[in-house]
Design a protein around this ligand. Structure first.
Ligand code: GLN
Length: 202
C-alpha cells in the first residue's frame, strides 16, 4: 500500500468533519462514506460520534448494514468513537430491543453509562498504547465498556471519580474504540494509531 492510506468516515450522522480533519492531520487521505461503492474504496473506516440509534437506522436505510458488517468481518480496520464504539460492540446493555450494531469487538457496551446528570465531562487519561503525555478525553453522553472477551486489549480506564476503573478504550486486532472524542481536542494521537493500524493491515 502507499504510505498514505485512504480512510473513510461513515457520513450518515454525527461529527464527520472533525474526524476527516483529524485523519488528514494524521497522514491519511480522508473521505466521507455514504454508499457501498465508497465503502469498497477505503482501506479503513471511522465510525464517528453522534447518536447510535439514529446511526443504526440510517445505516440500514442506506443499505450499508450488511456491506459494513461484511467488510469488518473480512478484517477492514475500523475505529469507533462514542456512538461509533457502540456500533462496533458485539453486545449493548440496556438497548432498545430494535437497536442493532455492526459488531466486531467482543465486548458489552452500556449506552449513556455515566448517567443523565453527568452529560459530559473531561479527564486526562494515561494511555500506554499511544505513549507520551496524558491525553485529554472529552466524554459526551458517553458509553463505557462493561465486559470484554479474551481477544480484547483494554487501552484506557477512567482514572478519577465515581466511575474510576471503567473501561473507555479498547482494541481487538484492527478494531479500535473509544468512549471519548479525540477528534474534538486537536490531539490526534489516536487517529495516528489508527492510521498505523491501517498501514499495517495492508
Ligand atoms: N449517547 C450516544 C449514543 O448512545 C453517544 C453519544 C456520542 O456519540 N457523543 O449513541
Amino acid at each position: 500500500m502507499t504510505t498514505q492510506p485512504t480512510i473513510g468516515v461513515l457520513a450518515v450522522q454525527g461529527d464527520v468533519r472533525e474526524h476527516l480533519r483529524a485523519l488528514e492531520d494524521a497522514g491519511a487521505r480522508a473521505v466521507p462514506v455514504r454508499r457501498t461503492v465508497e465503502l469498497e474504496a477505503v482501506d479503513g473506516l471511522v465510525l464517528p460520534g453522534g447518536e447510535s440509534t439514529t446511526m443504526d437506522k440510517l445505516v440500514r436505510a442506506f443499505d450499508l448494514h450488511q456491506p459494513l458488517r461484511a467488510r469488518i468481518a473480512e478484517g477492514m480496520p475500523a475505529y469507533g468513537s462514542c456512538a461509533g464504539m457502540i456500533m462496533l460492540a458485539d453486545r449493548i446493555a440496556d438497548a432498545r430491543p430494535d437497536q442493532q450494531t455492526l459488531g466486531g469487538i467482543d465486548m458489552t457496551v452500556r449506552r449513556n453509562a455515566f448517567g443523565r446528570q453527568v452529560d459530559s465531562f473531561e479527564e486526562d487519561l494515561h494511555i500506554h498504547a499511544i505513549g507520551g503525555a496524558p491525553m485529554r478525553a472529552v466524554f459526551i453522553r458517553a458509553p463505557w465498556v462493561e465486559q470484554v472477551g479474551d481477544a480484547v486489549d483494554v487501552l484506557a480506564h477512567v482514572e478519577e471519580g465515581p466511575a474510576a476503573g471503567r473501561i473507555v478504550a479498547v482494541r481487538q486486532g484492527a478494531l479500535l474504540a473509544t468512549s471519548f472524542h479525540p477528534e474534538v481536542t486537536g490531539d490526534h494521537r489516536f487517529h495516528q494509531l489508527f492510521v498505523e493500524i491501517v498501514r499495517g493491515n495492508a
